[in-house]
Design a protein around this ligand. Structure first.
Ligand code: ZN
Length: 469
């Protein structure tokens, strides 16, 4: 009996103990939760004014039926922002955009906090605007421009872009556009660098401009396709000083056609390409012939070039092009490039700008009369040029000098052509010769035989330019 009573009592105690533990646990859990809750409520109630950045959101149509625009406006005067960003029918694209928007708000807010903590007067603003472009009814480019200011005097402007397939929602990069070909990227990067150096020369932050035009895919991720043109964006003060504004480099897609993956190729045609169509060899040479055309010598040279299946460039003087239009046509029809070498060979640095332009335009007219299009490259007589002449002429036509002078105009000796070439030859050379000297035509065969033996591919000047600095 005794032991039975004891057992019963123990059982009752056990029940009590377990119940107490359960009750206590519940109480603790409840306390923790309610405490957390009240803590949360109290921070909201006594919120630092900077914590509260609620915003109002409106939706509107964009110019495209499958993209909506979100307008998000801050409700706080202390943290003003006004953001317009797109909402597509693709979750992944929207996620990327939302992440960027949220991150932008966060950094903005943090910056304001920091400045306040330092006792700096803040009069801030954050604005994001959206541009949308369609390409081939297949792709969308979205360009977000972000302007941030903390004193309303100085604005930081940065660009973010998205490029995606409007059927699949796949986000695409330059790597997709250029067919994942590193050799394409290399030529592309060099082209962008040269354009930056040329367009922003006075404002360039050269170290950065050089560094971020190295051939790395990730350096070319901010772009849009607008009207058959690839636009590469840079932030304000990134590659050029503030005075240059927002630097962009625009590349007509037709220039890139040979390098583009099929679905991105444009139907627009161009004689110009920054990507050599045939780059089978990595040893190239551009033969150039100046001062012609000459009814006898030019014809002989054409024949030799044909024998080696070599393409070259002929820098013609205008009055001769006008005299021999059918010869100009013949040069063109054999696949050679035609350059402008002024009307009658003056030293351009010695004549007034008006006449420089006349020399250039009159020659282009003569060439156009013969072949239906102007010259694609220009070479000043004697290689004499300066900033003034360059600015006058380099707008649409590259100015091309040479890297190897055969001195054929001086020695007029067919035996001396090859030794000079041999001695000074280098890859991607632009070789200067003249198709008005019989000695040049006579010495040319041995030069071509030698270069072919050395593995050089004979290309036009425009084809070699992308490989030169
Ligand atoms: Zn000349």
């Amino acid at each position: 009996m005794y032991s039975g009573y004891q057992r019963k009592r123990t059982t009752w105690l056990d029940v009590l103990l377990v119940s107490t533990i359960i009750l206590l646990t519940v109480c603790i859990v409840f306390f923790v939760i309610s405490n957390g809750d009240s803590k949360f409520q109290s921070t909201t109630a006594f919120a630092n004014d900077l914590e509260d950045y609620s915003s109002s959101i409106e939706q509107s149509n964009s110019q495209f039926s499958d993209i909506m625009l979100i307008t998000e406006k801050s409700n706080s005067d202390l943290i003003p922002f006004y953001l317009v960003y797109p909402q597509t029918s693709f979750e992944l694209v929207n996620q990327e955009i939302t992440t960027y928007i949220e991150h932008s708000k966060e950094t903005y807010l943090n910056e304001i906090r920091l400045k306040r903590d330092e006792g700096i007067d803040v009069n801030s603003e954050l604005r994001i605007s959206t541009e949308i472009y369609e390409y081939k009814e297949q792709y969308y480019s979205i360009v977000l421009t972000k302007k941030v200011s903390f004193d309303r005097a100085k604005y930081d402007t940065t660009i973010q872009t998205y490029f995606f397939d409007k059927q699949t929602g796949e986000l695409l990069t330059l790597r997709h556009l250029l067919n994942e070909e590193v050799s394409n990227l290399e030529v592309f990067a060099k082209y962008i660098r040269n354009q930056l150096l040329k367009s922003y020369q006075n404002y360039l932050i050269e170290d950065t401009a050089i560094a971020i035009t190295e051939p790395k895919w990730r350096y070319f991720n901010r772009f849009a396709i607008i009207d058959n043109t690839l636009v590469i964006y840079y932030d304000k003060n990134e590659v050029a000083t503030v005075k240059a504004g927002m630097p962009t480099v625009k590349v007509p897609l037709s220039f890139l056609n040979p390098a583009l993956a099929k679905s991105f190729q444009t139907t627009e045609k161009s004689n110009n390409t920054i990507i050599p169509v045939k780059s089978a060899s990595n040893k190239r040479v551009a033969l150039t012939f100046d001062d012609g055309p000459h009814p006898k010598v030019t014809k002989q040279i054409l024949k030799i070039l044909e024998k080696y299946d070599a393409k070259a460039t002929f820098f013609m003087v205008g009055y001769r092009a006008e005299d021999y239009p059918s010869l100009v046509r013949e040069v063109k029809e054999q696949g050679h490039e035609i350059g402008n070498h002024t009307w009658n060979h003056p030293k351009l640095t010695d004549i007034i700008s008006k006449n420089v332009l006349w020399q250039f335009n009159a020659t282009n007219n003569a060439i156009e009369n013969a072949i239906g299009e102007p010259a694609t490259v220009f070479r000043p007589p004697y290689g004499a040029t300066n900033k003034r002449v360059n600015n006058l002429l380099s707008e649409n036509t590259p100015i091309v000098l040479w890297s190897l002078d055969t001195l054929d105009w001086k020695h007029r000796n067919s035996d001396k052509l090859l030794p000079v070439v041999k001695k000074n030859m280098h890859n991607n050379a632009i070789i200067l010769m003249h198709d008005i000297h019989q000695s040049t035509a006579d010495g040319l065969d041995s030069v071509l035989a030698y270069l072919q033996e050395e593995g050089y591919e004979f290309v036009t000047v425009s084809e070699v330019l992308p490989y030169r600095n």
